[in-house]
Every structure is written in C-alpha cells, then in structure tokens.
Design a protein around this ligand. Structure first.
Ligand code: MCN
Length: 812
C-alpha cells in the first residue's frame, strides 16, 4: 500500500494545538493488544449464549424439538421464541417511521411462527461454555415448511410473494419530496430541456465487515435491580433508552458500556436481538449472560448496507446547466425494519442534486421494500454515498450527452462561493463551499490536462490497456441537527450533544463526552480542543466516554456528527469553565474580570504581563474554596448541551485514474486523489486517516464487494474467502489534498469528515472505469466492477451501440 500526502496542502497550525498532526492517544493500547474488547471481559459465572439461526430465507416453523440439546452436559437452558414472548414489553424498535402509514411488522428477538431471512434467530441455548452452547444448537431439531424467497427488489414490488402475509404488501412506505417553483416545474423543465439523461444504477448490498464482530455481556448485580450491559455498540446512550423501552427495564437501573468496539461503520448503530436477549435472560436467570458473534454469523445477523435500485433523470439547457432532477428509488429494507432502516435512503434525498445550483425543480420518491434477506441499515455514509453515486455518474452521462468534458460540466453547475450561505431547492441552507477550488486542487494533483492528453494517444483503436479518468464532486451532509429539523423528518432522536469539562485540583482536566468513539480518535481530538482553549498539554487531558454512568448524557457517534456537534460542545464547555475561573482569578488577583486574559495556561492582567496566576492555581483555589468571590460555587466544572443551528456541509472532489485491460476486464487503479474540505481541521493526521479508510471502503464497493444471494435467499458470500474485502495490496496510491473553507455556523469552523472518503470514492472509480471504456461504446458498468463484469460490459457493448441502460433484474 502506498499512501502519499502532499505536505504543501497540509493545514498549517497558525497557533496552538489545533491543526497539528498529533499522534493518536488511543493507538498504543490497540497496537499492543492491551485494549479490552467486550469479549475479553472476564465475568465469572457467565452463561454463554448461542443462537440457532434459520437456514431458510422464508419458512413457517412447524415444530422445534429442543430435548436433545437440553440434555447435553453443560447446557443450562434452551428457549424457543414461544418460551420468551413474556419478556418483551414492546417489539424491537424502529426509531425512524418515515411516513405515518409506514408498514412495520412486529419484530421480536427470536422468531415464533415464521422465519424471514437466513440467519433469523429461532432458538437460544445457554451453556457453561461457548463450545457447549454451539454444540447444543446443532442438536435442536426444527421442522420448517419452506416458502418462496423474495430476493429481487422489482419482483418484491409486484407483491407476487409476500414476505409478511399480514401486511398484504411488500412495500413498507413511499416517501416523496416534490419541490417545484410552480406547479409542474419539473415536467416543464424536462419538456423544455436541450439535453436529458435517464440512468439506472444498482447499489449492491454490502456487508459492513468491521474488524471485530459483535459481542455482548449482560451482568445483573447480585443484590438489587441494577444491570450493566457491555456491548460492542456505537450508541450506548440510545441503546439504553431502547433497552428500557423494549424490555421494560427501569432506565435508572441500567448502565450501558461500550468497551473497545473494533470498528462499526454504521453496523453497530443499532439495537440488536442479541443485546435484548442477553439482558432479558440475565434478568430472568439472575446471572450474567454473554454472547460472541462468529465472523460467518456476522455476515447474516448484523445489518447490511446499501441495497438500492436508482433511476435518475437530469434535464439541462444547451450549456449543460441543470434545470431539473427526478429520482425514483427502490430501497431494500430486508426482512425487518431495524433501528433506522427506513430513513437511510431519505438521508440521501437531499443530495441527488449534489453540489450543483439547481432551481426549484426536484422530484424525489423512494419506496422501501421488504425482501427475505438480512435487514439493511446504516453503513458508512448511509444514503449519501448512494445519492452521490447517482448524481455523479449521471453528470458524466450528461457530459457525454452535451459533448463537454465532465470537469467542465461540473464547473458550469457548481454553486459559486458568493452564493453561500446557499438556500437549496429543499429549503436546507448549505453553510459554506468552494467547489471549484477543491476541484482545481484535485485536477492539479492528478495532472488532469496531462492525463487527457495521454488518453488521446493511448486509448486508440485496438488498444487493450485503456486509461480512464473519473471525477466526483460531493457534499457530505453531516452533524444532523438541530433537533427540531430532525423532528420534521419523523426521526425519533435529537441531534444535540453534551460535554463536561472539569479542571481537577492539580490542574489536569477531565472531559466527559456524549460521543462514543470506535476508531475516530475523539480522545486525541477532544484533548487538542481543550489544550488549545486552556493553554495546556493535550497529555494532561483525559477524555471519558462510552459509559452511560460516567457520561449520562449523549447522542453517540454516527453521521460524522461528533466533531461538529460533540467537539464544539467541548469547546463551549471550555469557554464556560474559563469564565468561571476568570471570576475566581480576578478575585484573587484583585483585578477587574474584564482586564483578565488566559494566555498559555495563565491568567494575565492585560497590559501588565508580570501580574499572572496559572489556571492550575485557580483550579486548586476552586477546590479548597477558602477564598471564592460571593456567589461562586466551589470547583471548576462546566457542562454544555449543544444543539447546532444547522447541519454541516463538508464537500470535496475526488479523482481516480485507472487502466482497464480490455482482454481480462481487470481494473488497475493507478492514482487516486482526494480533496476533502471539512473546514478547519483539528488534527490533519486523523482527518487523513478517516479519508484513507473511507476512500478504500468506497473503492471496495466499486471494485470488490457484494453480498451475493442465490434465488433461494442463501448468502453465497458468508466468509472472508467469498466476500472480497480489499487487501492492503489492493489499495492504490492515495494523494490527499485539502482546501479549507471554515463553517460559519460553529465557533471552531469545523465540519465532519468521517464519511467523506466513502461518499466521494465509488463514483470517482466507476466514472474512471466507464471513461476508460467509453471509446468501446460502454456507458455503464455495474458495481462491483470485477474482471468478469467489466469483460461482459465490453462484450455486450461490442454487440450493441447503446448500452447506457442496464436491463438486468432487481436482484442486488
Ligand atoms: N476531524 C478533525 N477535523 C475536522 C473533521 C474531523 O480533526 N474538520 C476529526 C475529529 O476530531 C474526529 C475524526 O476526525 O477525531 C472524525 O470526526 P467526525 O467527522 O466528526 O466523525 P465521527 O467522529 O462522528 O465519526 C463517525 C464516522 C462514521 S459516520 C463512520 S460510519 C465511521 C467513521 O466515522 N466509522 C468508523 N470513521 C470510522 N473510523 C474507524 N476507525 N472505525 C469506524 O467504525
């Protein structure tokens, strides 16, 4: 793997700690194997749970015989769904009922009468060891009456076979967003357009594949009703509320802790059956219960991502300036609605016009459809990579239609810097952006003009190694808040975040954050924010998180929200602490509060630098409380709960250079350039790490990964031998460039970056692949662009002059 950076474009830390490339505090324990993951926890007396999973995608459960399993030595209990119905106070939660009439079948942690996907839980065993529990589930005898599987989205839409008979339909909901300046503006724009394109793209299902599968340990206290749930989750705070509601556990007696998580990528932003089962069974039996997911189990029992069929139409004037966008989506919900399943495509609904200046002529509709496959839910980017893919692929199609270079077409359409803050067609206000600048940095880094010249000489008739250059300009809509805007989308949670900053008597600092880092480096970043504010060493700041007893208030980590919401809350809490400390300092220094300033960790009287008191001394004085001004409480601590005024809108341009071998279909990524503008950067090293990981995830969707099902609903890619996660040797050279356009909506001027790489990359790669083959008549290649798929696309293009519209079915 070669990852190269362009140091000339690094953020220059003008002063202080923010902007410096501090190594992550989190890494030593992870790299030395000292970190404690949930499954590392030693819990004496815990029973091990194993789940028997359905081998059928769709079947009635006729009978279950658990007698042999129950008799196995070391087995403590065996339960079927019917045995456990009394434990559920409510069905498993779906927190995003996107429409009032959304169909949502009741879903419990263990099936009772039908199974609806391969991997659906049918029975559980509790045993003295993990091995005995797994042996025992093999001894449970289930008689199924198989039904036809529903694996094709377009077939599912026809309701030929119903996934849930009681619903009478496979459609969960249809969500519309029609924005028109005047009635019929969209159709009028299409009627009047000089150019139109109509494209169909398939977002294949992906398996998130975090480094660690999931694990759960539920520990009830021996005396009293308190219970601690340790789990590999991104959302301990949200989970706590949901466990309380679903199981009827008194919330004040529940503590949820996320030890080292091992990556989540959205898949651990959920409330899973096994979490509810462990808590319910630990309470029922009065002792600890634990569960550890195997890798193959993970491929069917943790959520999948993407899974959409996208139809996008663009209308443009004779210069290629967009005049209307129409989108029709069919989104695969899988068998059930998990925590935010139905909302994922809706998160993309606002981005199908990308970074372009579109008049009020936008027509979006999405239908969520049930299939007999593993439920889908958030996967890095969650709706936004899908939207970006569609608009960016369609912009290339439009460029071919208009007959201009794809970068030039984008430049004609970019929202211009002077239009910011920009009220978009949807009514959302984009905070800041310089799209042409980001595109120019990217074009310079990849030598855009030079590559176009090389193409002219290399991609000639008969050439078997063809160069392709792909462009993708994107928005990453993140830091989703304020809460009242989320309410208007029917989203059940808020968008705020909480932070406490506590200066201890000796001057060291504790930060308590409601974010739940699981690879994003918040301990480092939040320390840097505090160090910068208080004028101290980041090593003297400790960041506490991921435990609902230590950090009772929080909304957790997803949607690239943690810095623009949680990090800003930390900064605001620092301001509050400084204000209090200033009052104490003024009192002690017999100075006017307004004359004091905090410089390099000490309060100085403006104009009299010799008169100063260290912040640490003020902290000690606040602790002893011997001599505080009237009305000032002891100790230095402040809490802030911050609900931002707006989303944050990072953006950027990615470019990819590929060489495609037309004889083998092999795609070789020669260069990759990512220019991501996330406003001011707290730690450019972490930003780059986030971008690298994200780019590789998008590249993996473009070239390698696909959850491949047969028509009976069996997952054919249930091991890492079949599901092609890219290896380090598959990763191309990545050049990172930056542009920095601060957000005007928060005091740090920051925007999120956690999903940017994933959002920008898949369309850049696929546009490059299609660009390489455009001389052969290829207009579309489906993802993943495996050698076989590419070779077939070339072969069918040679038989047909127009392959721009795929005619494959609705299987993802
Ligand atoms: N950062 C910065 N300056 C900026 C923006 C971000 O220094 N202008 C830093 C932040 O301080 C933070 C990190 O970058 O340390 C990411 O911040 P942010 O963009 O706020 O994103 P979140 O922390 O909310 O992370 C969520 C995001 C998502 S949605 C997924 S999915 C994802 C991702 O982060 N999953 C990950 N990155 C991951 N990285 C790892 N290792 N593992 C995962 O599961």
């Amino acid at each position: 793997m070669t990852i190269t950076d362009d140091p000339s474009t690094d953020t220059d830390p003008a002063s202080g700690v923010i902007g410096s490339r501090l190594l992550r505090k989190e890494d030593p324990v992870l790299l030395t194997g000292e970190a404690v993951f949930t499954n590392d926890m030693v819990v004496p007396g815990a029973l091990f749970m194993a789940v028997l999973r359905s081998p059928y995608a769709h079947a009635k459960i006729v009978s279950i015989d658990t007698s042999a399993a129950a008799e196995l030595a070391g087995v403590r209990a065996v339960y079927t769904g019917a045995d456990l119905t009394d434990l559920w106070a409510a069905p498993m939660p779906c927190a995003w009922p996107v429409t009032d009439d959304m169909a949502n079948p009741a879903h419990h942690p263990i099936a009772t009468d039908t199974v609806n996907y391969v991997g659906d839980g049918v029975a559980v065993v509790l045993a003295d060891t993990d091995a005995i529990a797994h042996d025992a589930i093999d001894m449970i005898d289930v008689t199924y009456d198989p039904m036809e599987a529903v694996t094709d989205l377009e077939d599912a839409l026809s309701d030929r076979v119903l996934v849930h008979e009681s619903l009478g339909t496979n459609s969960s909901y249809t969500w519309n967003l029609l924005v028109e300046e005047t009635d019929g503006a969209v159709q009028q724009a299409f009627d009047a357009a000089a150019h139109t394109v109509s494209e169909r793209y398939v977002q294949q299902r992906l398996i998130p594949m975090a480094m660690e599968p999931r694990a759960v340990v539920a520990v009830p206290q021996p005396f009293g009703g308190d219970l601690t749930l340790y789990t590999s989750t991104q959302i301990p705070h949200v989970l706590k509320v949901m466990v309380a509601v679903t199981l009827g556990v008194p919330e004040h007696q529940l503590r949820v802790v996320a030890p080292a998580v091992g990556g989540g990528f959205g898949a651990k932003l959920d409330v899973y059956a096994e979490e509810l089962l462990c808590v319910a069974l630990a309470r029922k039996l009065g002792g600890p219960v634990r569960w550890n997911e195997t890798r193959s189990e993970n491929t069917v029992s943790s959520i999948h991502g993407r899974g959409q069929i996208q139809h996008i139409e663009l209308a443009a004037d004779s210069n290629g300036k967009l005049t209307a966008v129409r989108v029709r989506l069919t989104a695969d919900m899988g068998a059930y609605l998990q925590l935010i399943t139905p909302g994922i495509p809706i998160l993309g609904a606002f981005l199908y016009a990308g970074v372009y200046d579109l008049p009020k002529a936008y027509d979006f509709s999405c239908t969520g459809v049930f299939t007999t496959l593993t439920p889908t839910d958030a996967y890095r980017g969650a709706g936004r990579p899908e939207a970006t893919y569609a608009i960016e692929r369609a912009m290339d199609a439009l460029a071919r239609e208009v007959g201009v270079d794809p970068l030039e077409l984008r430049r004609r359409n970019f929202i211009r810097p002077e239009q910011y803050p920009y009220e978009a067609f949807t009514g959302l206000v984009y905070d800041s952006g310089e799209h042409d600048k980001a595109a120019t940095v990217a074009a310079d880094l990849i030598d855009y003009a030079g590559v176009r010249e090389r193409q002219a000489t290399q991609n000639v008739e008969g050439a078997t190694k063809r160069l392709g250059l792909g462009v993708s300009s994107y928005f990453e809509m993140c830091g989703l808040a304020p809460s009242r805007v989320l309410a208007s989308l029917n989203y059940s949670a808020g968008g705020w975040e909480a932070a406490t900053v506590r200066i201890l008597p000796t001057g060291k600092v504790q930060v308590v954050t409601g974010t739940t880092p699981h690879g994003q480096g918040h301990e480092t970043s939040w320390s840097m924010i505090v160090a910068d504010k208080l004028g101290m060493d980041p090593a003297d700041v400790d960041v506490l998180h991921s435990d609902t007893t230590i950090a009772p208030l929080g909304m957790d980590t997803y949607g690239s929200r943690s810095l623009p919401v949680g990090g800003v809350a930390v900064s605001m809490a620092c301001d509050k602490v400084i204000e209090k400390a200033k009052q104490i300092a003024a009192h002690q220094m017999e100075a006017n509060v307004d004359d004091l300033e905090l410089v390099d960790g000490e309060f100085r009287v403006a104009g009299t630098p010799s008169k100063s008191t260290p912040l640490a001394a003020i902290a000690f004085a606040a602790f002893t409380a011997h001599d505080l001004p009237d009305g000032v409480e002891p100790n230095l601590e402040a809490q802030v709960t911050y609900d931002p005024p707006n989303f944050s809108w990072p953006f950027g341009t990615h470019m990819c250079l590929v060489e495609v071998d037309t004889e083998t279909g092999d795609v070789d990524v020669l260069r990759y350039v990512a220019v991501d503008d996330c406003g001011n950067q707290v730690n450019p090293l972490i930003v780059e790490g986030q971008v690298h990981g994200g780019v590789i995830q998008g590249l993996a969707q473009a070239l390698y990964e696909r959850a491949d099902y047969d028509s009976d609903g069996n997952l054919r890619t249930s091991t890492l031998a079949d599901y092609l996660v890219p290896a380090a040797s598959d990763v191309p050279p990545i050049t990172i460039g930056h542009s920095v356009t601060p957000s005007p909506t928060n005091s740090l001027g920051v925007k999120g970056v956690g999903e940017a790489g994933t959002i920008g990359s898949a369309p850049a790669v696929m546009n490059a692949v299609v660009d390489a083959l455009s001389g052969l008549g290829v207009r579309n290649v489906e993802m993943p662009a495996s050698p076989n798929t590419v070779w077939n696309a070339i072969a069918s293009a040679s038989q047909s002059t127009d392959t721009s519209h795929s005619t494959s079915g609705g299987q993802l």
